[in-house]
Write a protein that binds this ligand. Structure first.
Ligand code: FCB
Length: 457
């Protein structure tokens, strides 16, 4: 913990929150006119998801959202990040609008506002309408227009009450694993498809930013990037180059064109055939903050047999790992915050951080998740240290409020502050829930972020 913080008063503008996403918690997959998404289809392909799990029911948040907002109120968060499900509001992805789907988010937003919790709305957390998937999904050059129209619908529907919008959640993750490396919907394995998807998602981001500015008064906009240091697994030159390549795809392919106006040098040649003259100007639109998701660093080895020349490697001996196998290294979080702060010169909101753990309900009916508390204490400490060292961090959101559908791991990995007993859907706040409530209420608090750096007009 950085010294001298515990006595400080929580700066009024620091935001404490929790995050979730539509497909992972809502359920109600076939209700009120929702169309299928690429994740519904992907889950039905044998062998894709652990235990054959699907998001059909998930946490049944669609019906239990009032109880879930009640839990947030109990927790004391000032903000809640969720995503809207594109196929719930536009079942075919374009054209016809589903009023019943829109009405769900109206109810949720009103419930949040009544509880004094600011809604942070993410437009895309991976559940592309299947009808658009059938047209090639993000490899289709029209995808930026589809997304812009969807953004307009959302902005017009909720812009009177919701001011905070993120365009995409972790574009590097869903493009890399969805279009090339495997492990994510739609399950395509093709390097050219990946390059096309990267560029179209970037164009979609720029177009959506423009549409949200036009449809939402006083909009506060950003995108959410999963930024992770990429470390070579050995001192070998080939591993070093592999780590630099992963860094370009993982950390650079979206923030660099969106915020600096160019693709990272290691990708520039590969991207060149996909660029039209005006594209980078359309992608690089002014935004208000940098949304950061961070869990751990990556270790990387060279692999000439793989499509991109690298593979993920194990962390060095002795590094603690979560049940996901992700290394627990809070110093990498501090360094990432400082690095992102220096490189992009925007206020940073940590919009996901947290850990999976081996949780179980004990004889007293409690879930004593000390490993999660240890993780969160260490990582918030690292964030406080980054703020003390000059990073302009304005908020911190834990992934996640509830245990939920963890993509390829199904329901086998639990990230929630609240345990979900899936057979009954009963919610049981864990010890970490009480720990976070206490942190929000009584500190230690982060020091005030420094004034934003001067930028020439
Ligand atoms: C992130 C995703 C989120 C969740 C966490 C554990 O990469 O954005 O949906 O799965 O990891």
């Amino acid at each position: 913990m950085a010294a001298g913080l515990s006595a400080a008063k929580s700066p009024a503008r620091f935001t404490w929150g929790v995050s979730t996403s539509s497909y992972q918690i809502e359920g109600a997959a076939n209700e009120d006119g929702r169309g299928p998404s690429i994740w519904d289809s992907y889950c039905r392909q044998p062998g894709r998801i652990a235990n054959g799990d699907t998001g059909d029911i998930a946490c049944d948040h669609y019906h239990r959202y009032r109880e879930d907002v009640g839990l947030m109120r109990q927790l004391g968060v000032n903000a809640y990040r969720f995503s809207t499900s594109w196929p719930r509001v536009m079942p075919q992805g374009r054209g016809e609008v589903n009023e019943a789907g829109l009405a769900f988010y109206d109810r949720l937003i009103d419930e949040l506002l009544a509880a004094g919790i600011e809604p942070w709305l993410c437009l895309y957390h991976w559940d592309l309408p299947q009808a658009l998937g059938d047209l090639g999904g993000w490899t289709n050059p029209d995808s930026a227009h589809w997304f812009a129209d969807y953004a307009t619908l959302i902005g017009r529907s909720y812009g009177d009450r919701v001011k905070r919008y993120a365009t995409f959640n972790e574009p590097s993750v869903f493009t890399l694993f969805g279009y090339c490396l495997g492990g994510s919907a739609p399950g395509v394995a093709d390097r050219v498809a990946l390059l096309r998807a990267i560029h179209h998602v970037n164009l979609a981001h720029g177009a959506a930013v423009d549409r949200l500015r036009a449809s939402v008064p006083e909009a506060s906009l950003g995108a959410i990037h999963n930024y992770q240091p990429c470390r070579p697994a050995s001192g070998d030159g080939a591993d070093l180059l592999a780590a630099q390549r992963l860094d370009a795809y993982w950390n650079g392919a979206f923030p660099d064109p969106q915020l600096l106006g160019s693709y990272p040098p290691l990708l520039a040649e590969a991207m060149a055939p996909h660029l039209r003259p005006d594209d980078l100007a359309q992608i690089c639109r002014p935004v208000d903050w940098f949304g950061l998701n961070h869990y751990s660093p990556h270790y990387v080895s060279a692999d000439v047999g793989s499509a991109l020349g690298f593979r993920f490697a194990a962390a060095p001996e002795g590094v603690l790992r979560s049940t996901m196998g992700w290394p627990v290294e809070p110093d990498a979080f501090r360094d990432t915050l400082l690095n992102v702060n220096d490189r992009y010169r925007l206020p940073v909101y940590v919009l996901e951080n947290g850990t999976a753990a081996r949780d179980a309900v004990d004889a007293e009916g409690d879930v004593a998740d000390q490993p999660r508390i240890d993780y969160l204490r260490a990582y918030t400490g690292a964030m406080f240290a980054a703020i003390a060292a000059g990073a302009d961090v304005r908020g911190y959101f834990i992934w996640s409020l509830l245990d939920n559908f963890e993509w390829g791991s199904g329901y086998g990995q639990r990230f929630g502050l609240v345990y979900v007993d899936y057979p009954t859907l009963r919610r049981i706040p864990k010890a970490s829930f009480r720990w976070y409530a206490q942190l929000i209420k009584s500190g230690p608090f982060p020091p005030s972020p420094p004034a934003p750096p001067y930028r020439a007009p």
